[in-house]
Design a protein around this ligand. Structure first.
Ligand code: MRU
Length: 339
């Protein structure tokens, strides 16, 4: 297996176009430009990119291979800064390379390919466990609000927050979903609607600014969304606009849940102030599909993520069950020994 195939999410929902490549630089570009996006999907793509990179190395010398492989992983790590799954995945493949350092270069390459494939399969299992754990939160007749995209597109398969909704739907519960459009790149409008439509789950697309009014009118019963990095105390980085939804939910007494696998937790940082927030090109805000929607040269700020303080979060759905506040205690059994 020497190529990576991925659905180009920039084209959705208009076109279902697959990118296929043998060059790890293309995987970096796909992550950077959001052809592939969503924290768990970025992690799997990074591992696959690293495997492609390893396959491209022409040396038979073990030491040289290790050092060039580390350079490749560093290059991939620079693709995007916030989703910790990227670094989690690269640490994992680097460890595999080191653990097999006394074997032939060809054997190490084979181990790296297998590891990347294992990570894809594991992500599917993890998401299904998370979905089963979380679906108890969903009740018949609820109107659930979500932000950004957390479905199969954003993961190896199945989805995180959308996975929870999917499992609830498959269990026979009937509910509907408010989908935040998620400016500026419209992951809600383009991707979440597309996925919910395929699953047959009823939804209504809303502009991000409509959530307050819907909550005031008593039309939102629960919020569930994903995460890109969760600090040891439960502070959660997710798509820009998530924090606003959390504050609104708190104000209106609506439960606000996060769904994320343990690979999205960063136990090395005590709180959300330590999470690097990606700032993307201002043009993503001033333009839509290449068309300017602001005066030429209008200054714009494009922070891709925000951090929701842990005290706005009612629970975090993981593959190990629903973590409840205080998160430092509920997460304790899952902290790596050195973390
Ligand atoms: O910039 P993106 O589209 O990669 O941001 C994605 C999100 O913020 C998702 O909510 C998060 O990664 C969870 S995906 C299961």
């Amino acid at each position: 297996v020497d190529k990576v195939k991925l659905l180009d999410q920039r084209r959705l929902p208009a076109e279902e176009l697959y990118l296929e490549t043998r060059d790890y630089h293309d995987v970096i570009e796909a992550i950077r430009t959001l052809a592939i996006r969503g924290a768990p999907a970025i992690g799997v793509a990074a591992a696959m990119g690293a495997a492609l990179g390893a396959l491209s190395l022409d040396t038979r010398d073990g030491k040289e291979f290790q050092s060039r492989f580390q350079d490749i992983c560093r290059e991939i790590a620079a693709a995007r800064p916030t989703a910790v799954n990227l670094f989690w995945a690269l640490d994992r493949v680097l460890l595999v390379a080191q653990e097999h350092a006394d074997e032939s270069v060809d054997a190490i390459k084979a181990h790296l390919v297998t590891e990347a494939q294992t990570m894809l399969k594991e992500d599917d299992t993890t998401n299904r466990r998370m979905a089963q754990a979380g679906q108890v939160l969903i009740r018949d007749g609820q109107r659930v609000l979500t932000h950004c995209n957390t479905g199969a597109l954003a993961t190896g398969a199945y989805g995180t927050a959308l996975g929870v909704l999917r499992a609830a739907w498959e269990a026979g519960k009937r509910f509907s979903v408010w989908v935040d459009e998620t400016r500026p790149l419209l992951q809600g409008a383009r991707l979440t609607t597309w996925e919910l439509g395929k699953l047959g789950i009823p939804y209504t697309l809303i502009p991000d600014g409509a959530a307050a009014t819907l909550m005031h009118q008593g039309k939102v019963d629960l919020v569930i969304l994903g995460a890109d990095r969760i600090a040891a105390n439960g502070d959660t980085a997710n798509k820009i606009g998530t924090y606003s939804v959390a504050v609104l939910a708190h104000h209106h007494g609506i439960p606000f849940y996060v769904a994320a696998p343990l690979s999205t937790f960063d136990f090395s940082i005590p709180d959300g102030d330590h999470i690097p927030v990606e700032e993307r090109d201002a043009e993503e805000v001033t333009h839509l599909w290449g068309q300017s929607v602001a005066p030429a040269g209008a200054p714009a700020l494009n922070l891709a993520f925000d951090v929701t303080p842990h005290d706005f979060i009612a629970g975090i759905v993981t593959e190990k069950g629903i973590m409840e506040p205080p998160f430092t205690s509920s997460l304790k059994p899952y902290r790596p020994a050195q973390g």
